[in-house]
Write a protein that binds this ligand. Sequence first.
Ligand code: SAM
Length: 251
Amino acid sequence: MGPVRSELMWQAVVDAVEIAGAGDLLDVLDLGGGTGGDAVRLAQLGHRVTVVDPSPDALASLHRRGVEAGLVDPVRGIQGDAADLLDHVAPGSFDLVVCHGVLEHVDDPAFALSTVATVLRAGGHVSVVVSGRNAAVAARALAGDFVTAQTLLGRSADDWDLRTMGPRRFVPSELEALLVGGGFVPVAANGLRVFADLVPSAIVDTEPGARDALYALERVVRTSPEFSGLSAGLQSIARLDLSPAPPNPGG
Ligand SMILES: C[S@@+](CC[C@H](N)C(=O)[O-])C[C@H]1O[C@@H](n2cnc3c(N)ncnc32)[C@H](O)[C@@H]1O
């Protein structure tokens, strides 16, 4: 097993694929897929993978990674972003959209998710991972930066200035509300890295068995609401809602 942190993030992708596909080979869009660490591993499992990312450097790394992995069917890399997604991919063309570590950076997360809904097939799934605000508050407080901790505590994800405050951070209820508002039904919520970012690497790297034990602990606590709200990463896996919209009483 590699570093616990990256293994946990990969396992979050595997969890999404299992829920979305139950063993089938899927058409997967990795939106903001970056250098393609997850995308290439998904392609090695046989899934048909497209990465859309605004960074040409990341896409070049994705290409190199795919070549080194000897992929028979390469990952399709497209320069674009969440806002212009429909200029690059067809509506209704994916079974699963992976959107990990991206909504922190976009100007309008609600618009990004409504676009994601458009490119999914009926019954398709999205997996979203965002940074947890509670974990950031705890990290600031533990570092003695109590003023920033309190500032973060008082902010909500929709009252966030990316330019002055850096990447947006969420609490679980905000992520769930975003997904529901975007036309999704959340089906699983996981807390990623409840402890992994807090444990000194000297312990994990030197204590015999510590890495495996930490990984096992993280996999157990990820579904506990008491702990997942404190995790560095919040994952929600959600299905496109196919139920008809309720009648509009005013119209
Ligand atoms: C923190 S990295 C996450 C990479 C990968 N998804 C992962 O989980 O390891 C954020 C990625 O989002 C991309 N990104 C930034 N703004 C974006 C946008 N508006 N739409 C799509 N992707 C964006 C960046 O280029 C970068 O590759």
